[in-house]
Design a protein around this ligand. Structure first.
Ligand code: ACO
Length: 335
């Protein structure tokens, strides 16, 4: 029997219409466009409409990913969603709701929680299911309505995050040249307090205290996270390249998690990446957590920059703390 490999067949994304610019934020908190741009590289982010929820965005991204693959809805046998802003805390899962919105019923569907690392974590899960022969076509989605957990009176966090979704089809193939080269994911829960949404949960069920103290909003130790992100990402990416004997100059598309331009620049410089190798969307979308990497892949696909067979290097870092990296060719059709 020939070997089964996982391959990345298509990409889709959804960006909500409403834009929240730095100038808008200047009217909401004590900040300036100049500060935000200089410290983060973010100019604007998109915010979902009041009646638009995480599963709506995820389903729209997924429709595109399916349309752009040669897989039909009937062929999909697993639906996975990465999100920390699910439609419901904690059931039903957003993957179940997206499946229903897409008309994909009676297949396994579940969410994973790995914050900004969610999409690359999903690649590891999809690869395991496909290469073990358990599933053939996996729909993976990173979707976030991050605005639902952001305190728009806290200037240290509200400037960073945006909403959106991205999705991909991961299929079984016998062609080695289409296969994922490597994926790696890890975590260190001793840094859990760097990025946390204290409620709702078993520690802080909904109560008047939760409302009064705003415990339902994301809290971040920004500077500590920043320093650890640069160190961990640089080490992780160097390791995956060395392990697979690939030089950084041979990577056409380095697609890092879009949290902060300065983090991306520091990691890119440490790897001696040229500007044209590094995909940057943080300026227009901000940090969309689990949606950030697929939205960035979609951007280069839609602009005609991503061709069949080209190698992508993904790396990410987020709440947990979690981090992950992946080396894989784009095995779908170019635009
Ligand atoms: N406007 C103006 N001043 C501000 C703002 C703002 N929006 N926010 C903070 N400041 C002030 C602070 O109050 C502080 O003032 P002080 O010196 O008087 O105390 C000063 O700016 C410096 O604050 P720092 O937090 O040290 O600034 P830093 O350079 O670290 O930038 C930032 C902050 C942008 C948040 C950065 O730390 C960062 O990007 N961190 C990493 C975020 C990240 O990668 N998260 C991981 C993924 S997210 C996920 O998983 C969900």
């Amino acid at each position: 029997m020939s070997q089964i490999y996982a391959s990345f067949k298509s990409i889709g994304a959804y960006v909500p219409e409403k834009i929240l610019s730095n100038t808008d934020l200047e009217k909401m908190v004590d900040t300036t466009d100049e500060w935000i741009l200089k410290r983060t590289g973010i100019k604007e982010r998109h915010i979902a409409a009041d009646d638009e929820v995480t599963s709506d965005m995820g389903a729209k991204a997924a429709e595109l990913a399916i349309e752009r693959s040669d897989v039909s809805k009937e062929d999909i046998d697993l639906v996975l969603c990465a999100t920390v802003t699910p439609d419901y805390f904690n059931m039903p899962s957003t993957a179940c709701i997206i499946s229903d919105k897409l008309g994909i019923n009676n297949v396994q569907a579940f969410d994973i929680s790995a914050a900004c690392s969610g999409f690359v974590y999903l690649l590891t899960v999809a690869k395991a299911f496909v290469e073990s022969g358990m599933k053939k076509n996996v729909l993976i989605i990173g979707a976030e309505k991050f605005s639902s957990i952001v305190d728009y009176t806290d200037r240290s966090t509200c400037i960073l995050f945006g909403d959106g979704a991205g999705a991909a089809i991961i299929s079984a193939t016998n062609k080695k040249e289409e296969a994922f080269v490597d994926v790696h994911a890890s975590a260190d829960g001793s840094y859990a307090d760097f990025l946390v949404t204290p409620a709702p949960g078993s520690i802080n069920p909904v109560s008047q205290k939760v409302i009064d103290e705003g415990l339902n909003f994301v809290q971040m130790k920004g500077n500590e996270t920043f320093k650890l992100a640069v160190k961990t990402l640089t080490k992780d990416v160097k390791e995956i390249l060395a392990k697979n004997e690939i030089n950084s100059e041979d990577i056409p598309h380095f697609i890092p998690h879009q949290a902060n331009y300065r983090i991306i620049k520091a990691v890119g410089d440490a790897l001696k990446m040229k500007e044209e190798q590094v995909v940057l969307t943080v300026g227009k979308y901000g940090n969309t957590s689990a949606a950030s990497i697929p939205m960035a892949i979609n951007d280069i696909w839609e602009s005609g920059r991503l061709q069949n067979g080209e190698l992508m290097l993904l790396d990410t870092f987020g709440g947990g703390l979690t981090w992950a990296s992946a080396l894989l060719p784009f095995a779908g059709k170019a635009k």
